[in-house]
Design a binder for this molecule. Sequence first.
Ligand code: AMP
Ligand code: ZN
Length: 137
Amino acid sequence: MNDCIFCKIVKGEIPCSKIYEDSNVLAFLDIKPINPGHTLVIPKKHFINVFDSAEEDWSSVMKAVRTVSFAVKKAVDADGLNIMSNNGINAGQVVMHAHTHIIPRLKDDCLKLWPGKDYREGEMDKIKHKIVSFLKE
Ligand code: AMP
Ligand code: ZN
């Protein structure tokens, strides 16, 4: 995609702090980190998010996410990591090229994920059945 910022990073047209690269995947530091070491793992091939992905392409990214996670955790001596991707505008996706965030977490870093709601009576079971029915499609 010509106007995609992450495609431009893949092509080397704009710079990044590269962490890792293989034939399918690139990982680099997020320019606005939640904590130092916050890393983005992206497919080299342009697709928007999970809904636009081929299974093998998504899997390649997840494999790299695992590899990179160990190095990020050690590098910043993190207590743990949040591994997450925003899929869709209402899920907070701003860059429309698939990416997974590896976010180092430190004791008392004050990032609160996330406020849990309560189900209404019967709602949980109803939603469970609906999701399971779509899995059978
Ligand atoms: P999202 O809300 O999941 O789409 O997040 C996009 C992320 O990309 C944000 O955390 C941005 O800080 C990050 N980002 C945007 N442009 C760049 C860039 N040129 N280099 C590194 N990270 C970037
Ligand atoms: Zn792209």
